[in-house]
Design a protein around this ligand. Structure first.
Ligand code: CA
Length: 439
């Protein structure tokens, strides 16, 4: 079910219309409440709809998930593994159950209302939980975490700072969606506190390295996509099959220890400076919910190799924001506003490139975009760039200064797509820095 950008569809659910979690959105997550086990739900307005209960009530009869209850489990992996026809069948059913009136999809096809849930107070009491009462959990068992480096502005800024301002991009950058295989065990759901890592660092003027708490702790404003269907080992995924293999997107904060990173990363790349924590938002927005916000990606010059040529618009117009709040501040301060549409390499190119050697993806894998930086200093997606290697400290309203994160700081990323009559929001992903444990 793809809504047009002009959609005026509304929902009967409290707080849905005009909210991040509109009838046009229907993001998936994993939650528990009141001591319950984890299960799969969809956020709408101020409610979470428990899909395991709807399934138990027979409301997915006639859809591709009618058999086994793939929502009565602690992760989205089983549902993700089913592919795009199943996702579309469920989404269409949810629109019928949750819309206030019949609605048209982007192709003009009518989705009739089904009032079963709306008219059954007993079922609603079981299936619809106040959003504020739930505990959200990581949406999938992330078997593999891959992190790209796909913003030309970000790569240019980093190259200017650390190599050559007149020639900041390495020659391979415009030919390859650069990435690395990261660590999945430390991918955590938004709201999880982040312990300042310890590690080995070496000051520029020191003769030898030392071991201790990271002093240059940073954020990376990213988005990530979760994979759907697996591919067989040895069988690359062509761009035309991408809709079966990309389930949806969420917000990602890829916490980074710049001093550890700087000392360790040559010659094999990121290691402990990156692997201590990566936060993801609890709600995953499907590609069909994002479809009205697809835009042309930046021009790729020089031409990419044929295997990376992708038809259609695969940029996304998603407004992104970073807020910082120190322990002394009463209110958070916005330190970055940018947009995902600036990304040079698209999510389809990332998937195609990753599997071009035959690597297999598993359902629920997470692919980080790399830091999303826009063209102006107020749109940079890391403190390293915002404070330009510490030379332009942020002034906080309390009189404090920041070049990197201090203990007690809370960073919150948020993202939203805006249409004329509705929003499709990602909610937020937040984390608070706790002091280092004994190093
Ligand atoms: Ca990253």
């Amino acid at each position: 079910m793809i809504f047009s950008k002009d959609s005026k569809a509304t929902s009967w659910v409290e707080g849905a219309n005009g909210s991040d979690f509109s009838i046009q959105n229907l993001p998936y997550g994993v939650f528990s409440h009141g001591g319950s086990s984890r299960r799969v739900g969809v956020a709408i307005g101020q409610r979470v709809v428990d899909l395991s209960v709807l399934h138990g009530a027979g409301l997915f009869a006639g859809t591709p998930v009618a058999g086994e209850n793939v929502f009565a489990c602690d992760a989205l992996n089983d549902f993700m593994a089913l592919g795009v026809d199943a996702w579309r069948g469920v989404r269409r059913r949810l629109v019928a159950l949750l819309a206030a009136e019949s609605s048209n999809d982007a192709a003009g096809k009518v989705v009739e209302v089904d009032s079963t849930l709306r008219d059954d107070a007993g079922l609603q009491a079981k299936a619809m939980v106040p959003l504020g009462d739930v505990t959200t959990h990581i949406p999938s068992h992330v078997g593999n975490f891959v992190d790209f480096y796909s913003s030309k502005e970000h790569a240019t800024n980093i190259g200017s700072m650390f190599r050559d301002p007149s020639n900041p991009l390495l020659p391979n950058w415009v030919h390859i969606p650069i990435g690395y295989n990261g660590r999945s065990s430390s991918v955590v759901v938004g709201g999880t506190d982040i312990v300042r890592p310890c590690g080995q660092t070496k000051a520029d003027d020191a003769d030898a390295p030392t071991f201790g708490p990271c002093r240059l702790l940073d954020i990376e404003l990213e988005m990530g996509f979760f994979t759907g269907k697996a591919n067989a080992l040895g069988t690359p995924i062509p761009a035309s099959n991408a809709p079966d293999h990309i389930f949806g997107m969420g917000l990602v904060n890829d916490w980074s220890a710049r001093d550890i990173q700087k000392w360790e990363y040559v010659p094999l790349g990121p290691f402990l400076g990156k692997s201590f924590a990566t936060s993801v938002s609890p709600w995953v927005v499907s590609l069909d919910a994002l479809a009205p916000f697809r835009v042309d990606q930046p021009v790729q010059e020089p031409d990419v190799l044929p295997y990376l040529r992708v038809d259609g618009d695969w940029g996304f117009d998603i407004n992104l924001q970073v807020d910082l709040k120190s322990a002394k501040m009463n209110e958070a301060m916005t330190i970055c506003r940018t947009n995902f549409k600036y990304m040079y390499w698209t999510i389809v190119q990332q998937l195609v490139h990753q599997t071009s050697n035959g690597t297999n993806v598993a359902p629920g894998d997470l692919y980080g975009s790399g830091t999303v930086s826009g063209p102006t200093p107020d749109s940079y997606g890391s403190l390293m760039e915002i404070c330009w290697k510490g030379t332009k400290p942020l002034k906080l309203p309390t009189g404090e200064e920041r070049k990197f994160l201090a203990d007690g700081d809370t960073v919150t990323l948020s993202g939203v797509c805006n249409a004329h009559n509705f929003k499709v929001g990602f909610g937020e992903v937040a984390g608070t820095i706790l002091p280092a444990r004994a190093c």
